[in-house]
Design a protein around this ligand. Structure first.
Ligand SMILES: Nc1nc2c(c(=O)[nH]1)N[C@H]1C(S)=C(S)[C@@H](COP(=O)(O)OP(=O)(O)OC[C@H]3O[C@@H](n4cnc5c(=O)[nH]c(N)nc54)[C@H](O)[C@@H]3O)O[C@H]1N2
Ligand SMILES: Nc1nc2c(c(=O)[nH]1)N[C@H]1C(S)=C(S)[C@@H](COP(=O)(O)OP(=O)(O)OC[C@H]3O[C@@H](n4cnc5c(=O)[nH]c(N)nc54)[C@H](O)[C@@H]3O)O[C@H]1N2
Ligand SMILES: [Mo]
Length: 769
């Protein structure tokens, strides 16, 4: 179904206004009221994402060399205001509330207490966090870590910490003796890192910002730009105005991908003129993308045959295929053997729908493929990406201006953390060079990713967990079992800016260590320190915070990592924690030494406008695969979900609202989807509601339906009609995470499959505990 083919049924399409526009201004004003940010916020917003300024802590989208007056979006502003709140979560707060009592609070209310101000230690006798000194915390952490086998420790990182912090954190893990470095990427774009590496020999996207100025078409699969990377709407709007076509595949009709009103254009704001973003919009079934892409490939191959026989012209690029790829004939034979019946059934789209989309691809000389969690968070996520690369290779749409594969990354430095060594896979890290640089023998054994770390926490083999940011317990699958197993660990340490649920599910010995936010001034011995991050387009940016820290007791993440490491490790003349903390330029020099090809002249290039490009072999058509070529992959499965259809079984899509950043819930207004005042909803196609004998407003529960005998339940959801394909239901992440089995993940990368979870609706929910 394309946009034009859909009726805007009053009951099911709640919000008919564009992304951006006055709504986004109102949404920023509301959060300003809630957080009562410090007055410096306006100055900070003016410096956001600009050369020499500070880099947004929200999404990872690229930052242009010539920024707009305000180079931030609604959600970037919210993230900054959230960090610069005037609220404080102090020792007095912890004295008033036991940890057990705080467990009853929801995510929004916990973070609403504001910035953490003091290092805190968990006191078992009173079941409270009590203030402690940094020295006490580091000494205790060091003693605990020295008392266990290093392989019993897990060092998690949420993708926000800088390259400097991340490099030291990974070095700490290896000097101590493990590669157990799971990252939020393991729940996010790990599928990308594994699948793209396999087929094009590079783990990251190949497009850069300039490509958006010359592409003819952009295909969007499962990425919600309007909420999750709104600054990307600017290049999209520009592309549309130039005449580029945008084709979207998404089970949900996301407003931000339909229309956009630029809040930075007074004319658009005053005249109410919107830009239509998507030329064509297809509501593919959750998990139906392999089938849809297979259909597109079938159409392209058919067009090639027809045009070649009638006009002796090519649709595909046979020279590119011959010179740069392997596996074309096998892929072609397999795709041709798939029937249109199967494709239509699995994708939920018609042959004619797919013809329209294929025609755009065929006519476009240069196309960019963009995608997000809608592709990566499936059991066959990696297979889906391989299918997408098949389509892109057909026309040589990789490694040419105006083209490329462009995964839209999540956390603002998640890609960079992998670049500088936060990786559980030792083969991704230049261990020999580290050995030489720091005079030690790095561990070579494969470390634990997120899923494996969870398994070993469940089995009791992991004894210590350090969280460098994030809200691990809330973000992972299988939450109920994980929360029950968590306190069996001996040591848990959380480095954070605000209180969240993971801090309340603590080990026997537990510390909560408050750190500076990125917008705050980081003063060390040599003066104010800059830090760096890598965006989704592989560009590295410097960031300089200049706000007064939320509390004088905060330490930088660099200093906290160094403090723990120093207290844990034996002295080593090549490892100079104090000198590194005193001047972060020394850490950048170390990064340069480890990764000279990508980070040469690092310190000089920190503030390059638009960031400096770290390079990507696949963009240069150098394929770092075993064959030295890019790989066509014959399609194996047509469905990306990992279960069969059955009566009463639905595919649950876990969604982000426009009013959250992952587990940080700013508020209860999912403005772009018209869902207000609550997150406890079950979004359903009206025909499914009727067929199941339910009614709008009925309160129901969801039960896991994975068939493994484990009872998984979430109750208290209000049935809400919504434009979803039949058989798919939607509700919010992280509330739905108890329904996802730990074993239900992408087969190749083990990314949890949060977009196609098997569930049943239960109408007799027991009362909520
Ligand atoms: N404001 C804000 N910004 C954020 C975040 C946030 O929470 N809030 N999170 C950050 C992070 S860490 C990340 S990873 C990114 C996430 O950004 P996205 O990648 O956009 O992730 P989601 O919002 O989870 O889902 C993406 C889209 O996939 C669609 N979808 C679901 N299933 C399928 C399917 O089977 N096929 C297709 N084609 N589409 C499907 C959903 O309808 C949704 O529109 O955003 C980052 N930016
Ligand atoms: N069902 C389902 N589950 C999912 C997903 C999904 O789509 N569906 N998405 C997955 C994805 S893509 C991701 S990335 C993960 C996210 O998982 P995480 O990255 O672990 O979670 P966040 O919610 O981003 O972490 C929020 C916390 O980070 C801390 N924080 C904020 N800023 C800073 C800082 O500057 N420094 C430090 N040290 N701490 C800080 C705050 O205390 C805040 O409470 O969740 C995954 N889980
Ligand atoms: Mo993410």
């Amino acid at each position: 179904m394309s946009i034009d083919g859909l009726s805007d049924d009053e009951n099911t399409l709640h919000y008919d206004r564009p992304a951006g526009g006055w709504g986004s201004v109102g949404s920023i004003t509301r959060i300003m009221g809630n957080e009562r940010p410090t007055p410096a916020v306006l100055d900070t917003l003016r410096r956001q994402n600009k050369p020499g300024g500070f880099m947004c802590v929200s999404c990872a989208w690229g930052k242009p060399a010539e920024p707009h007056t305000f180079e931030f979006c609604e959600n970037g502003a919210k993230a900054t205001i959230w960090e610069l709140t005037s609220r404080r979560c102090t020792p007095e707060f912890f004295a008033q509330h036991t940890v057990s009592a705080l467990k009853g609070w929801n995510d929004h209310d916990l973070e609403q207490q504001g910035r953490l101000t003091h290092p805190m230690r968990y006191d078992r006798a009173t079941d409270r966090y009590v203030p402690c000194s940094w020295e006490e915390a580091f000494t205790a952490i060091g003693a605990e870590l020295r008392a266990i086998d290093p392989e019993q420790a897990v060092f998690y990182a949420s993708g926000r910490a800088s390259l400097e912090t991340s490099y030291l954190y990974a070095l700490f893990a290896r000097l101590y003796g493990h590669n157990n470095l799971p990252d939020s990427s393991n729940m996010c774009h790990e599928t990308t890192s594994v699948a793209l590496q396999k087929v094009i020999g590079s783990p990251v996207g190949t497009s850069v910002l300039n490509d958006f100025e010359s592409c003819d078409a952009i295909f969007f699969f499962g990425q919600n730009t309007g909420s999750n990377s709104p600054r990307l709407l600017h290049p999209l709007q520009q592309a549309v105005k130039r005449g580029a076509k945008i084709v979207t595949f998404n089970p949900v009709r996301e407003k931000g991908l339909e229309f956009f009103r630029n809040p930075q254009s007074p004319l658009e704001m005053l005249t109410g003129k919107d830009t239509r973003i998507s030329t064509l919009y297809f509501q593919v079934k959750a998990g139906g993308d392999i089938a849809a892409i297979t259909g597109l490939i079938k159409h392209v191959l058919a067009a090639e045959d027809a045009r070649w026989s009638s006009q002796k012209r090519h649709v595909i690029d046979p020279d590119f295929i011959a010179q740069h790829t392997v596996g074309f004939e096998e892929m072609k034979a397999r795709v041709e053997a798939v029937s249109w019946d199967e494709i239509e059934r699995e994708s939920g789209l018609t042959r004619e729908d797919l013809k329209q989309a294929a025609d755009v691809y065929i006519e476009a000389d240069r196309s960019i493929a963009m995608y997000g969690m809608g592709l990566t968070q499936h059991v066959r996520g990696s297979e889906t990406l391989a299918a997408l690369v098949n389509l892109w290779l057909l026309k040589g749409n990789i490694g040419r201006e105006g083209t490329g594969i462009s995964p839209v990354r999540g956390h603002s430095n998640v890609q960079g953390q992998r670049t500088v060594g936060i990786a559980e896979k030792p083969e991704l890290v230049p261990l020999d060079r580290l050995a030489e640089q720091f005079g030690f023998e790095p561990p070579r054994k494969e470390g634990l990713n997120t899923v494996k770390a969870c398994e070993k926490i469940l089995s009791g083999e992991v004894k210590a967990f350090i969280g460098l940011g994030g809200n691990f317990v809330r973000a992972i699958p299988e939450r109920d079992r994980m929360e029950a197993a968590w306190p069996r660990m001996r040591l848990t340490v959380q480095i954070a800016t605000k209180l969240n649920r993971s801090h309340l599910i603590n080990g026997e010995v537990a510390f909560l260590l408050p750190c500076l936010g990125r917008s705050e001034e980081d003063l060390q011995e040599s003066g104010a320190q800059a830090v760096t991050m890598e965006d989704s387009l592989s560009c590295i940016h410097g960031s300089l915070g200049n706000n007064t820290p939320a509390s004088p007791h905060l330490k930088s993440e660099v200093a906290i990592v160094a403090g723990m490491a120093k207290a844990t490790l034996p002295a080593n003349p090549k490892v100079k924690w104090d000198e590194w903390v005193a001047d972060y330029r020394r850490i950048r020099a170390l990064i340069e030494e480890t990764y000279p090809d990508q980070f040469h002249r690092f310190n000089e290039r920190v503030f390059t406008p638009g960031g400096f490009y770290r390079g990507n072999s696949a963009r240069d058509r150098v394929w770092k695969t075993p064959s030295g070529k890019a790989h066509f992959t014959p399609p194996g499965h047509l469905r990306a979900i990992g279960f069969e259809d059955a009566p009463g079984r639905y595919r649950l899509i876990t969604m982000r609202s426009n009013d959250q950043f992952n587990t940080t819930i700013y508020g209860y207004s999912d403005r772009l989807r018209g869902i207000e005042g609550t997150r406890d909803v079950l979004l359903m196609n009206p025909a499914d509601i009727a067929a199941a004998g339910l009614w709008e407003g009925q309160v129901v529960g969801l039960a896991g339906d994975a068939g493994d005998g484990v009872d998984r339940r979430v109750n208290g959801l209000t049935v809400t009609p919504f434009q979803l394909p039949r058989g798919c239901v939607g509700s919010y992440y992280p509330e739905m995470n108890p329904l996802i089995p730990l074993w239900y993940h992408d087969e190749a990368s083990e990314t949890p499959a949060a977009k196609g979870v098997p569930v049943r609706i239960v109408t007799d929910p027991p009362a909520r505990p």
